[in-house]
Design a protein around this ligand. Sequence first.
Ligand code: TMP
Length: 212
Amino acid sequence: MDLEGNLLLVTIEGIDGSGKSTLLSALKSQLADLDPIFTREPGATWVGEAVRRAIAEQIDPITEASLFVADHAAHLSTLVRPALSQGRLVISDRYSDSRFAYQSVTLKGIVPDPEGWLRAMHDGWSITPDRTFLLVLSIDDALARLSDKSGREHFEKREVLEAVQNNYLAYARAEPLRFVIVDAALEKEVISKFVADGIRLVVKMGKEGRKR
Ligand code: TMP
């Protein structure tokens, strides 16, 4: 489909265990006709490998947060900006809201105003998504899904997931036009159809209402 040069950035967010991976793989086939670029944070660039190592080794929170921001900068310059400037639809599995939601928790007590610090790190160069689909699930359900996995990352603890999800919900309340809350407890087919339809709608609306 010709997006007529409109820039379009869609992000998918949610706590660990909220079903992002399942949703993303369904969207790949359901939205194939739009020829989107699917990407992710962390990990779309080699900097992402440093981030994965930082997560695994539980490095200090400021180093970890800085690496996530570095990965974002590399992601924007090597993939997101070039794709958007070619008029491509970009769909990112996690993006800056992950930083605000997760690192606000990990930096608590380490820097005075974690969210302000993180937002300031992004100010002036990052790109705000046009639409963000936020998968919301009870913490019990998320933990039950994660328990199938061997070895938990430090983000995957109840109190962390609870705080992260509360942060996400606060951002959704603050920016109701950008965020779409998705009930992640619904059947996966219902979720993917809802999100795919939502993305088609944003594409149709094109640049209208953009604030970048
Ligand atoms: P993933 O499970 O989506 O691959 O993400 C890996 C972990 O990294 C997940 O627990 C969320 C966390 N994360 C952050 O803490 N901050 C960030 O900025 C991003 C992109 C991910």
